[in-house]
Design a protein around this ligand. Structure first.
Ligand code: NPG
Length: 369
C-alpha cells in the first residue's frame, strides 16, 4: 500500500484502441507498418484515474499476443477480476490475474494502470516508487534493416547527429556482416549492438563469428526464443556477448537462461514479462549478480516510454536501452509533453504516477471505431 489504508476501489476499466501514424514505415512481421496500433487502458477509481499501455502490436509477430487478443482477454477475463474490487493495491494485481494463464502484455497494461492511479493519488513518481538512482538515462536507438548499406550508414549518421549514445542494428541472414562492418568502419567508436530476433540457427555460428571482430556490445536473440541450450552453445562459440529478449518472459526464465550460460546480457521489457513489478524483480535479481541489463522498447507511446525511462533509471541498467525520443517513431504522441532528447539523454519523469499527462484530444483523434 502506498501510505494510505483504503487502496484502490476500481470502478471502471476502459480500452482505447488507437492507430498512430509512424514517421516512416517500420519493418515488422515480413511487412512494413505505416501505422502502429496501440491499446491503452484507463482505470477509473475512488482515487482518480490511472493509465496503462499494452505493448502488443496489431499482429502476433513478436510474440503470440496481439491487440485483438489483448482486448478480448482484458474484456472477457481480466477486467472482470478487477472492476468492482475494493482496497486493491498494485502488488496484489498479478495474484488477482494469475488464474488467467499467459497474456502477459495484457496483464502488464492493467497492472500499470493501477500503479499509475495509486501513484498519482499519492503524489509519488514512478521513478521514486521503483527506487531510481538517476535523473537522466542514456538514449539508445534501434535501426531496422535498410534497403542498402549506404542507406543504413546514412540512417546511423542521422541518429548519431541527434545525439543517440548507442545504436542497435537489426540483422538477418544475408544482411548482417557486410552492413554491420560498414557501419563499424564509418563509426569506429560508436556503442553498437545487433538484434537478430531469432533469425539464425546453430549452423550460422561460424558465419556470425565474423561479427566478433567488430567490438559489438552484444548480439541479441540470435536463435529461436525457446532454444536456450542453443544459445548456451552460441555463447561458447561467439566472443560477442549473447543478449536475450523474447526468451526472457519472467524472473524464473531469466534465472534459468543466465544460469545455464544462454544469456550474458538481459534486455528487459516490462510488457513481455507481465508488468513492471516482475520487471523490478528481474532487475533486482540481475543487479545482485552483476548481470548487465538494458531496457528494451516496443515502440511505446509517450506513456509507456515514460514508464520505461523510470525503470531504466534503476542502478542495474548498465547499458543504454531502446529509449528514444517520441519523434523517432511518431508524428504525434498521445501525451501532452512528448519524450525528447537532450545531449543524448532523456530526463526521468518526476511528476506523480508515470509523470505524463494524457492528451485526450489526440487519443480520441487516433481512436479506432
Ligand atoms: O525503440 O521502441 C523502440 C523499438 C526498439 O526495435 C525495437 N524493438 O526486437 O526489441 C525488438 C524491437 C521490436 C519492437 C520488435 C516491437 C518487435 C516489436
Amino acid at each position: 500500500m502506498l501510505g494510505y489504508t483504503e487502496g484502490v476501489h476500481i470502478e471502471a476499466i476502459d480500452l482505447f484502441h488507437l492507430s498512430l501514424p509512424l514517421r516512416s514505415p517500420w519493418r515488422a512481421g515480413g511487412g512494413h507498418l505505416a501505422d502502429r496500433e496501440v491499446l491503452l487502458v484507463r482505470l477509473r477509481s475512488n482515487l482518480g484515474e490511472g493509465w496503462g499501455e499494452c505493448a502488443a502490436f496489431a499482429m502476433p509477430f513478436y510474440s503470440t499476443e496481439y491487440i485483438g487478443s489483448a482486448r478480448r482477454t482484458i474484456e472477457e477475463f481480466l477486467a472482470p477480476r478487477l472492476v468492482g474490487a475494493i482496497g486493491v493495491d498494485s502488488a496484489s494485481v498479478p495474484g488477482m490475474l494469475a488464474p488467467i494463464t499467459g497474456h502477459r502484455m495484457a496483464k502488464s497494461a492493467l497492472e500499470m494502470a493501477v500503479l499509475d492511479c495509486e501513484l498519482r493519488a499519492a503524489g509519488k513518481s514512478f521513478a521514486d516508487y521503483l527506487g531510481a538512482t538517476r535523473d537522466r538515462v542514456d538514449a539508445g536507438v534501434a535501426i531496422g534493416i535498410a534497403g542498402s548499406v549506404g542507406d543504413l550508414c546514412d540512417a546511423v549518421a542521422a541518429r548519431v547527429d541527434e545525439g543517440y549514445r548507442r545504436v542497435k542494428l537489426k540483422i538477418e541472414r544475408k544482411r548482417d556482416v557486410i552492413p554491420v562492418t560498414a557501419v563499424r568502419e564509418q563509426f569506429p567508436a560508436l556503442a553498437l549492438q545487433v538484434d537478430a530476433n531469432g533469425a539464425y540457427t546453430l549452423d550460422d555460428l561460424d558465419h556470425l563469428s565474423r561479427l566478433d571482430s567488430l567490438g559489438l556490445l552484444l548480439i541479441e536473440q540470435p536463435l529461436h526464443e525457446d532454444d536456450l541450450l542453443g544459445h548456451a552453445r552460441a555463447a561458447e562459440r561467439l566472443a560477442t556477448p549473447i543478449c536475450l529478449d523474447e526468451s526472457l518472459v519472467s524472473v524464473r526464465a531469466t534465472e534459468t537462461a543466465v544460469t545455464i550460460g544462454a544469456c550474458e546480457v538481459v534486455n528487459l521489457k516490462p510488457g513481455r514479462v507481465g508488468g513492471y513489478l516482475e520487471a523490478k524483480r528481474i532487475h533486482d535479481w540481475c543487479l545482485e549478480r552483476s548481470v548487465p541489463m538494458w531496457c528494451g522498447g516496443m515502440l511505446e507511446t509517450g506513456l509507456g516510454r515514460a514508464a520505461n525511462v523510470a525503470l531504466a533509471a534503476l542502478p542495474g541498467f548498465t547499458l543504454p536501452g531502446d529509449l528514444s525520443a517520441s519523434e523517432r517513431f511518431y508524428q504525434h504522441d498521445i501525451v501532452t509533453e512528448p519524450i525528447t532528447l537532450q545531449d543524448g539523454t532523456i530526463a526521468v519523469p518526476t511528476g506523480p504516477g508515470m509523470g505524463v499527462d494524457m492528451d485526450i484530444e489526440a487519443i480520441e483523434r487516433f481512436r479506432l471505431p
